[in-house]
Write a protein that binds this ligand. Structure first.
Ligand code: SF4
Length: 244
């Protein structure tokens, strides 16, 4: 099953729960308290309609169809609100939370790519996870990636190349707290974040004042060890934010 099908399956379960809830309320409550029952009905029907609108929009975005920028913005806000419920529900019905996170990042990125920016390279921050560094390398790149000796055993070398070419700032973020501190200290106008599904989603949800493009790291050796980055994807993101 594709990611979007898993997302839609989870939403269907969510809608079934809501509709069953309304049915039960109508069965019991309306006999006693008519006004309260009416208000609950209106609220739940509203949530159902908003969820259906959001799911159709998400489906269009996930299947790379053209969606109006304003609809994308509204949809992203709706998905951000229902995301915690949907990801828990997905886990409950045996769908990995990461599949839902992938859809979340996809609609975040699609919305950002539907806007236009004209930042300078130095206005951008690229956040990378520590597991990008080759596990045998003893150099301390977490403090300063300039400490990399560019041996080429990992993508830190190529990231340094991007830093020099575009004058962007690159930091190794060893956790959400450090990532937040880096952003507060450096005040970037946009962030390009590379991480796994879980860290990327929490990072994008944390930073809502500036655009954050999310790029998934590649994990040929399993999670958290000698992970990889598609450097072209990072470079495309820099070119997009700098309007090149
Ligand atoms: S490219 Fe840099 S960080 Fe990676 S292993 Fe070589 S020296 Fe270490």
């Amino acid at each position: 099953m594709t990611d979007i099908k898993k997302y839609v399956t989870t939403i269907n379960v969510f809608l079934i729960i809501l509709i069953s809830g309304v049915f039960i309320i109508n069965l019991f409550l309306s006999k006693f308290i008519n006004t309260l029952s009416l208000v609950i009905n209106i609220v739940v029907v509203g949530i159902i309609l908003i969820t259906i609108f959001s799911t159709i929009t998400t489906y269009y975005i996930a299947t790379n169809k053209n969606v109006d920028n304003k609809l994308m913005k509204i949809n992203f806000k709706i998905v951000s609100i229902i995301f915690p419920i949907i990801s828990k529900l997905a886990k409950f019905i045996g769908i990995s939370k990461d599949e839902i996170r992938k859809i979340y990042i996809k609609i975040n990125n699609a919305y950002i790519y539907s806007n236009k920016y004209n930042f300078k390279g130095e206005d951008l921050i690229i956040l990378i996870p520590h597991c990008i560094q080759n596990h045998d390398c003893k150099l301390k790149v977490t403090n300063d990636i300039e400490n990399c000796k560019k041996c080429g055993r990992c993508k830190v070398k190529d990231l340094l190349g991007l830093k020099e070419k575009y004058n962007t700032k690159i930091f190794v973020a060893t956790g959400g707290t450090l990532a937040r501190k880096i952003i507060i200290d450096n005040k970037p106008k946009a962030v390009i974040a590379v991480a796994c599904e879980r860290d990327l989603t929490s990072g994008v949800r944390d930073i809502d004042k500036i655009p954050v493009l999310g790029i998934f790291n590649l994990r040929p050796n399993g999670p958290c060890i000698d992970t990889n980055i598609n450097i072209k994807e990072v470079e495309n993101a820099i070119n997009f934010f700098t309007d090149k």
